[in-house]
Design a protein around this ligand. Structure first.
Ligand code: EPU
Length: 434
């Protein structure tokens, strides 16, 4: 059921377990196709984006067997097709990631140009395509598809990304792992999920050096083996729950939350006055005393993640004074603010950079927010615009006095496992309706 009725005014309390990262499993499944041999993954999240990516991999020949809900065996001895359908390509943003494996296995990849996923900015794939062209592939666009070909195989190249893009870095790392010679990727993303992919590729037999200045150096190898890999915990889910615990005035232990991947989030939470306690097997997040307004800018790792922005902004609606949030990763990631305004939050949006001058300085995108708190939130009827904003709406509805209706829950289950049961176990009063 895609609509939930939520009775708010209840702090979240209890314990919740976070499983593997969405933004890791999706790339690992694709990377497994580089090899003819099977791979095993554990700590796999049961989320919608995993299912979509499995379907995409199955469409090119991968088969899956589940040993239990959180582990998965994938095997692609032969490639049955190198074409991703428009329908599959439109369901998330992963289709373009198949270009490297398909080029290595068949010399060709046909990938829909229109991708799905969250509408949080234009989200072009020019870095991916320019990078693969430097590695010797030919790219043309025909009937709404990128036709990418490398009949003689890919060769190593020197590539400098204009911005440290996560999926471009991951895509080019996969392509470079089996290219002839050495590939240097400069200004690369170094997010923990990227390093998780590199760790898996290394287990498969890849040679990838990781230098201090955002540079990866990849020595191409001829074949890659299957491998076993345990996914890193989802630091976006963990932080969202942490922010939710504090914003609702509650106390939640997030089992498996990993401190090293969340240092910036934890520092920022401490500046605001939110409390946390790092334990051996997770992190306890709780509210104790008033919250203070802060200035915050999102950035690439190790900065404050853009995916932490919306739950944290919601938390800032409860802080005393004026907070500022400057979004510098995606130009259009405040689409959810209108609903929070309807619920009583005092938030102004601006197209100027309230912080350092970022790539969006001369655009008309409203990418800075000023939040005046604390605000008492009231219930509302809202429709989820994207995954992270959707989770924020749920928490806002849990915080608000009265009964809210949240439509479009399927956006959220793409990235949050067992959502209804988990939130209920923390005390949320949720009723799915037709
Ligand atoms: N960019 C380009 N050209 C490209 C690629 C990126 O201009 O070819 C720009 C983007 O438009 C954006 C910036 O570079 O302004 C950063 O984009 P990036 O490529 O890093 O983002 P992404 O790879 O599309 C991944 C995650 C996002 C997460 C970002 C940032 C996946 C599948 N998605 O997106 O996750 O927000 O990195 O960390 O890994 C989510 O999980 O809800 C989500 C949106």
């Amino acid at each position: 059921m895609n609509t939930w009725v939520i009775d708010g005014g209840q702090p979240l309390r209890g314990e919740i377990r976070v499983s593997g990262a969405k933004n890791s499993i999706t790339k690992l499944l694709v990377a497994s196709i580089l090899s003819e041999q099977p791979s095993h993954f554990s700590n796999v999240p049961n989320i919608g984006d995993r299912d979509i990516t499995q379907e995409m991999c199955a469409a090119v020949g991968a088969t899956f067997s589940n040993t239990n809900g959180h582990s998965l065996r994938v095997s692609t001895p032969t490639i049955s097709s190198n074409i991703i359908s428009q329908e599959l390509g439109g369901r998330n943003r992963l289709a373009i990631m198949l270009m490297g494996p398909l080029l290595h296995r068949t010399g060709k990849a046909v990938i829909p140009a229109a991708a799905g996923g969250d509408q949080i900015g234009p989200r072009p794939v020019d870095f991916h395509l320019q990078g693969i062209q430097r590695m010797g592939a030919r790219v043309e666009i025909k009937d709404g598809n990128y036709i990418i070909q490398a009949a003689d195989g890919l060769r190593g190249a020197e590539i400098t990304l204009d911005y440290p893009s996560v999926t471009s870095t991951e895509n080019l790392l996969m392509a470079a792992s089996m290219a002839r010679g050495r590939t240097i990727i400069q200004n690369a993303a170094i997010e923990p999920e990227v390093v998780d992919l590199v760790s898996y590729l290394q287990k498969m037999g890849a040679i990838i050096d990781y230098q201090v200045d955002r540079t990866f150096v990849v020595e191409g190898v001829e074949t890659l083996n299957g491998a076993s890999h345990r996914l890193l915990p989802d630091r976006i889910v963990a932080a969202s729950l942490g922010a939710a615990a504090v914003a609702t005035g509650g106390d939640v232990f997030v089992r498996n939350a990993s401190q090293p991947d969340m240092l910036t989030f934890l520092n920022t939470l401490r500046r605001v006055g939110g409390k946390f306690e790092v334990q051996d097997d997770g992190i306890r997040f709780y509210a104790d005393g008033p919250l203070k307004a802060i200035h915050l800018e999102t950035s690439v790792h190790p900065g404050f993640m853009t995916d932490w922005q919306s739950p944290f902004l919601l938390l800032l609606t409860q802080a005393e004074g004026m907070s500022v949030v400057h979004e510098t990763v995606f130009e259009d990631r405040f689409g959810y603010v209108a609903a929070l305004q309807d619920m009583g939050a005092e938030i102004g949006l601006y197209d100027s950079c309230l912080g350092h001058r970022c790539r969006f300085a001369s655009s008309s995108y409203k990418h800075s927010a000023v939040i005046k708190g604390p605000s008492k939130l009231r219930s509302a009827e809202v429709t989820v615009p994207d995954l992270r904003a959707g989770f924020t709406y749920l928490i806002a509805a849990i915080m608000a006095e009265g009964q809210s209706r949240v439509h479009g829950i399927d956006h959220i289950t793409r990235g949050y496992e067992n959502l209804e049961e988990s939130l209920r176990s923390l005390g949320a009063r949720i009723q799915p309706v037709q």
